[in-house]
Design a protein around this ligand. Structure first.
Ligand code: RB5
Length: 149
């Protein structure tokens, strides 16, 4: 993806600081961060925040999404219930690169209780810096999409 790509961002209460750090990081790189919160540190429910960001991506309003919760797992599960979303949790840069290159992931999920800020920013860079390779991988991604029918 190139600069000015619109990136939807959301989290639950467990990841507000890390989400903001990521928003600032990608904004500095020229991406358009669409940070839909939450802003309050009060306990909240990750499914609603995952779905809200996923809907922005599925509708085409945003090109990609980055979502966070404590582990990255719950919010990823919620996002993947939205038709057209392919979201993976990553705690390493190789996985983040591969979910773009092979799985055409349109969302990345991170666990704020799993990775620290420096790791998270590297993972985000790997995700945003990679491109879907198509070819045989497109056949497999199409098979995932067919499961939604
Ligand atoms: C909240 O305590 C926690 O359950 C949530 O952030 C996330 O880790 C769920 O998958």
């Amino acid at each position: 993806m190139t600069a000015k790509t619109r990136i939807a961002l959301s989290s639950d209460h467990a990841a507000i600081d890390l989400r903001r750090a990521i928003a600032a990081h990608i904004t500095a790189q020229g991406y358009e961060a669409i940070d839909i919160g939450p802003t309050s540190p009060e306990s909240t429910h990750y499914p609603q925040h995952g779905a809200a960001a996923a809907n922005l991506v599925a509708s085409g309003d945003c090109d990609l999404g980055i979502i966070l919760c404590g582990t990255g797992q719950g919010i990823m599960m919620a996002a993947n219930k939205v038709k057209g979303i392919r979201c993976g949790v990553c705690s390493d840069t190789f996985s983040a690169q591969m979910i773009r290159e092979h799985n055409d992931a349109n969302m990345l999920s991170l666990g704020a209780r799993i990775v620290d800020e420096a790791q998270a920013l590297q993972i985000v860079d790997a995700f945003l810096g990679a491109q879907f390779e198509g070819g045989r991988h497109a056949t497999r991604v199409d098979m995932i999409t067919a499961l939604e029918a």
